[in-house]
Design a protein around this ligand. Structure first.
Ligand code: CAA
Ligand code: FAD
Length: 379
């Protein structure tokens, strides 16, 4: 057993760290205030290879391992979780699943521009009445000749109005329950498909979250991924990997808040000395560092298992459950260490605290992770 990162891993980490500092940090507060999508920044992330990191170069991807992806997610999330969630969805939920399950024609047409970052993807599983209870899909698609007719509403979709390519889950046979769910590739602008209103959120405010409406949208049969009824398996398998990405995002939020707190504690003086010389602050930093390190081990281990071709569903759920709790705990303490300054935007930690909360909700709430973990234990 060894815990060393390779030279390649370190190079990816450094590139992501530089990008976060030079390109994401300068506008992050303003984008949060204005709920403005980081379109330019995401375009640059594509040019640097961050949008299809794990995809084979023959499909315009970076050909990297999951550990590299996690390292990049961690660094970017220290500064801008709105940018990193767009990256996470594109990498793990859209590109990874397409590479594994889509046809060669679909990969040629859709995966290549997504993996290179020329186009942006979205993953549309959740509905107004099907979030945790994801098998209760109301969206329907029925075959009519050489196309399906798609009707329904999706909720909370990341990159909702900004994406070009959407993976949409729909019932193709209600009598079969979750085994009657299929997954389709839908393009922006198709007749009958409109993004709904943008959500006004607590955190990740610059991320674009919208509902999606489908009214008699014609989807060619060749845009179905896999067989009819394969959709729920596609969703669960991609979410197993997606949860590693969100766990890395949570880890990054925690580590970012911690780094701001350490730096501030060395500068701020009370009672004649820097606050880091008060034991109460030192103990907070010690707890923060320890839980971050524990989260990091879980996240890297889940990524490593995936790279070894081992089962990682259990490990990814554990990593997300724990890292998201650490993101909450650490970001709250980081605000506390900043005192009043922590409560205003300028010092970044209040944003990280608001951003942390979503990591306990999306890609399966913490309660759902516990269901996945306990089912694994009792299986
Ligand atoms: N990996 C692989 N397969 C899984 C799985 C997993 N983690 N979890 C469930 N399955 C399979 C089961 O084995 C079962 O397959 P079979 O019928 O072939 O045996 C099938 O899925 C149905 O499972 P259950 O019978 O356990 O179904 P359930 O309804 O009791 O519970 C659930 C399923 C685990 C709760 C599931 O609905 C779930 O994961 N819910 C959360 C949904 C979610 O994570 N949504 C995220 C949306 S995307 C997003 O959020 C993106 C973002 O924010 C950026
Ligand atoms: P509910 O399922 O209604 O849950 C409400 C509460 O009940 C939660 O605390 C939950 O944990 C608990 N609960 C539910 N069932 C159980 C149970 N069996 N046992 C114990 N507790 C339970 N979805 C997508 O498909 N694509 C996206 O890109 C996407 N992006 C998102 C971005 C944002 C900002 C947000 C807020 C959501 C996003 N989602 C996306 C949806 C997200 O995955 C769901 O919100 C999440 O799965 C929870 O579903 P829900 O909101 O319907 O809550």
């Amino acid at each position: 057993m060894h815990f060393e990162l390779t030279e390649e891993h370190r190079a990816v980490q450094e590139a992501a760290r530089d990008f976060a500092k030079n390109e994401l940090l300068p506008g992050v507060i303003q984008r949060d205030i204005e709920s403005r999508f980081p379109a330019e920044e995401i375009k640059k992330m594509g040019e640097l290879g961050f949008m299809g990191m794990m995809i084979d170069p023959k499909y315009n991807g970076g050909g990297m391992d999951t550990v590299s992806y996690v390292l990049a997610m961690e660094e970017l999330s220290k500064i801008d979780a709105s940018a990193s969630v767009a990256m996470s969805v594109n990498n793990s939920l859209v590109c990874w699943g397409m590479e594994k399950y889509a046809s060669e024609d679909q990969k040629e047409k859709y995966l290549k521009p997504l993996a290179s970052g020329q186009k942006l993807g979205a993953f549309a599983l959740s509905e107004p009445e099907a979030g945790s209870d994801a098998t209760s899909q109301k969206t329907e698609a029925y075959l009519e000749g050489d196309h399906y007719v798609l009707n329904g509403t999706k909720n909370w979709i990341t990159n909702g109005s900004k994406a070009d390519t959407y993976l949409v889950f729909a019932q193709t046979d209600n009598s079969k329950g979750h085994k009657g769910i299929s997954v389709f590739i839908v393009e922006k602008g198709w007749e009958g498909f409109t993004p709904g209103h943008k959500e006004d959120k607590l955190g990740i405010r610059a991320s674009d979250t919208t509902s999606l409406m489908f009214t008699d949208v014609k989807v060619p049969v060749e845009n179905r991924i896999g067989e009819e009824g394969f959709g729920f398996k596609y969703a669960m398998e991609t979410l197993n990997g997606g949860r590693i990405g969100i766990a890395a995002q949570a880890l990054g939020i925690a580590a970012g808040a911690y780094e701001f707190a350490v730096a501030y504690s060395k500068e701020r003086k009370t009672f004649g000395k820097p606050i880091c010389q008060h034991q109460a602050i030192q103990f907070k930093l010690a707890d923060m560092a320890t839980t971050i390190e524990a989260a990091r081990l879980l996240v890297y281990k889940a990524a490593w298992l995936k790279d070894q071709g081992e089962d990682y569903s259990h490990a990814s759920a554990m990593a997300k459950l724990y890292a998201s709790q650490v993101a909450m705990d650490v970001s709250i303490e980081a605000v506390q260490i900043h005192g009043g300054y922590g409560y205003v935007r300028e010092y970044h930690v209040e944003r990280l605290m608001r951003d942390a909360k979503i990591t306990q909700i999306y890609e399966g709430t913490s309660e759902i992770q516990k269901i996945v973990i306990s089912r694994g234990i009792l299986r």
